[in-house]
Design a protein around this ligand. Structure first.
Ligand code: NAP
Length: 221
């Protein structure tokens, strides 16, 4: 099995992530692809805007119609910060025969040498660096140095959407329709996420959330 692992904060998930995952799946013949929202990315001093349970619920809402996509709670079940090496060790133990491919943004991969245990990381998986439209992959190999051999860069199709832009639009009352799947948009509205008025509702409450298990297992369609 060639297992794709889509790692990100997904604050919120959007069509740019979904299209990138599909592109990586086709280019590298990956199946399935597991989306893993992190609790707290190690390199960021401030917490994500939406609670981890909300980001996980939106990830399920966005991926549940694709039979090759899954969502996993594995990083939500561990205390922060979410070190990728811990997740890959766990996946390697769960699926010892699987080849692992960690897919994420090219600017995050560029900093790979600063991640926890980079030598172990490149033993455990191959990295797939997604370049958004307009992102310059130039110098990536130089910046990665000895780790360049473990990275496959992929140019994402022309869907230039960012989570930052979606959060800004929501806080300004501007539309986000067609930037993210409708169930994600509906979830953001229902739970009052990203309004910037400091009145988010309860943390990922069950009302209206897609079903979720309490274990660190993956959800399929
Ligand atoms: P980020 O720095 O917020 O994102 C960097 C760029 O990549 C942004 O443009 C982002 O766009 C994009 N991006 C993020 N995830 C993506 C994905 N799966 N596919 C395509 N583009 C993506 O990155 P992050 O989300 O915090 O971290 C990315 C992953 O790397 C996470 O799983 C994180 O835990 C891991 N990481 C681990 C370590 C470590 O173990 N020490 C250090 C750094 C990162 P959007 O804003 O639109 O998503």
């Amino acid at each position: 099995m060639r297992l794709g692992i889509m790692g990100g904060t997904f604050d919120p998930i959007h069509y740019g992530h979904l299209v990138a995952a599909q592109e990586a799946r086709a280019a590298l013949r990956l199946d399935p692809i597991v989306f893993i929202p992190c609790r707290q990315p190690p390199h960021r001093p401030t917490p994500p805007a939406a609670d981890a349970e909300h980001r996980y619920a939106m990830t399920i809402a966005a991926t549940c119609t694709n039979p090759s996509f899954r969502a996993s709670r594995v990083e939500l079940e561990r205390p922060a910060p979410s070190y990728t090496v811990d997740t890959l060790r766990w996946l390697h133990d769960e699926e010892p025969a699987a080849e692992l491919f960690f897919i994420t943004g090219a600017d995050a991969v560029r900093e790979l040498a600063t991640w926890r245990e980079p030598e172990r990381l490149v033993e455990l998986c191959r990295f797939v660096a997604i370049a958004r439209p307009g992102y310059d992959l130039g110098g990536l190999e130089r910046d990665l140095g000895e780790f360049a051999r473990a990275v496959s860069p992929i140019q994402a199709p022309g869907v230039d959407i960012s989570s930052t832009e979606i959060r800004q639009r929501v806080s300004q009352g501007r539309p986000i329709k067609y930037l993210t799947p409708e169930p994600v948009e509906a979830y953001i509205v229902k739970h009052g996420l990203y309004r910037g008025d400091d009145q988010p509702d309860e943390k990922g409450g069950d009302q209206g959330c897609p079903s979720r298990s309490t274990s660190a297992t993956c959800h399929g369609a």
